[in-house]
Design a protein around this ligand. Structure first.
Ligand code: AQP
Length: 334
């Protein structure tokens, strides 16, 4: 039996971008080489409805993210890929865990503050409560490790607090998951503002490179990416007050599988007029095969649905007994 169980997901809110790829999927793929681990990667469609969404495209977004997972290199025969909503135990466990999650904990979540913005009163209850669903997503599988971008670290800490609270209040049952925060590329920023993270639901499409963008669009977005007038410095530290420059160097490093210091060793003293085309070439070289494979997969939706159905059945076979046991421990009628 595998000694590590790794669970993670991506919101079904639209085209995946290079931040999702570098900060999450690319690193998941590396992890899957570890034969001592078991993997559950889901499409977080229940999380997608916490912010405004389009019912007409939700199912296709779910398929498209699955296609992206596979096109990036996840092997559906080796890992379990499934839509979160097809395993009803997620939402059920969230309700149970809500009873031991304090408002004080949720009030501290910075993602809610960022996503709700200035219009907090208009934000949905689900956006406020989604970290508890996220806790259910991983506790339901007794996950030992949860790989996430840096932005999600606080939510994994909350999942640990919730597990701990359950284990103390009732009896030891839930595994406290460890976050795996993923490397130098853990946080890719917007191409329009280096202080804001690249986001699927960002207003401007020019702020992100999507896995579905073609070569011309990728080159255009990189050419138009915000930068400053100075040439690239010699050390990573010299970029600390130049967030846009640091972001482009980070993207280059992640795509080339080298460190940011190595990128600077190659490009220090160079202007962006030279660095940007090199970055565009690299991005196209790495992303074009993924886009092509995604398009192929999306041409056969029935095949994607088959993969998702098989994945959901497998996930439910693990999740159902965990939920049953949690209910038993809490004293529900059986
Ligand atoms: N900009 C980013 N840099 C690095 N990693 C990122 N991730 C997301 N954005 C970046 C990581 O990708 C995984 C899936 O994220 P998600 O789609 O579930 O949620 P998110 O973090 O809210 O991503 P987005 O793109 O910003 O989506 P929307 O606009 O829907 O909110 C996670 O591991 C995340 O850390």
């Amino acid at each position: 039996m595998a000694t590590k169980r790794i669970v993670s997901g991506t919101r079904a809110t639209g085209d995946l971008h290079i931040g999702n790829y570098i900060g999450a999927i690319k690193q998941w793929i590396k992890m899957t080489e570890d034969r001592d681990s078991e993997f559950f990667f889901f499409v977080a469609d229940l999380h997608a409805i916490t912010t405004p969404f389009d019912a007409a495209t939700l199912a296709d977004n779910t398929r498209e993210i699955t296609a992206a997972y596979i096109a990036c290199g996840l092997d559906a025969d080796k890992v379990t890929l499934f839509p979160q909503s097809a395993v009803p135990q997620h939402a059920y466990l969230q309700w149970l865990l809500s009873s031991i999650s304090s408002m004080g904990w949720l009030n501290r979540m910075t993602q809610f503050k960022e996503k709700a913005g200035k219009h907090r009163d208009n934000a949905s209850l689900s956006l406020y409560a989604y970290p508890v669903l996220q806790a259910a997503d991983v506790l339901l599988y007794q996950a030992t490790h949860v790989p996430v971008g840096e932005d999600q670290k606080q939510h994994i800490e909350l999942a640990r607090d919730i597990a701990n609270s359950f284990n103390h209040h009732y009896r030891p049952f839930f595994t406290e998951p460890e976050p795996i925060i993923l490397g130098e590329g853990a946080r890719i920023m917007s191409l329009r503002d280096g202080t804001n993270k690249m986001s699927k639901t960002a207003e401007s499409d020019m702020s992100k490179i999507n896995l579905t963008d073609d070569a011309d669009l990728i080159a255009k977005k990189i050419r138009k990416a915000k930068t400053d007038m100075d040439p690239l410095g010699e050390t990573v530290d010299s970029l600390k007050d130049r967030p846009e420059a640091l972001n482009l160097v980070t993207i280059y490093a992640a795509l080339a599988d080298i460190s940011r210091a190595e990128v600077l060793a190659q490009f220090s003293g160079k202007q962006f007029s030279e660095f940007k085309p090199a970055l565009a070439d690299l991005a196209v070289e790495k992303l074009a095969p993924i886009t092509a494979r995604m398009n192929e997969l999306m041409a056969d939706k029935a095949e994607i649905d088959k993969i998702l159905k098989a994945g959901a059945e497998k996930a439910e076979s693990v999740a159902a007994p965990v939920l049953e046991e949690a209910k038993r421990i809490m004293g529900f009628w059986r």
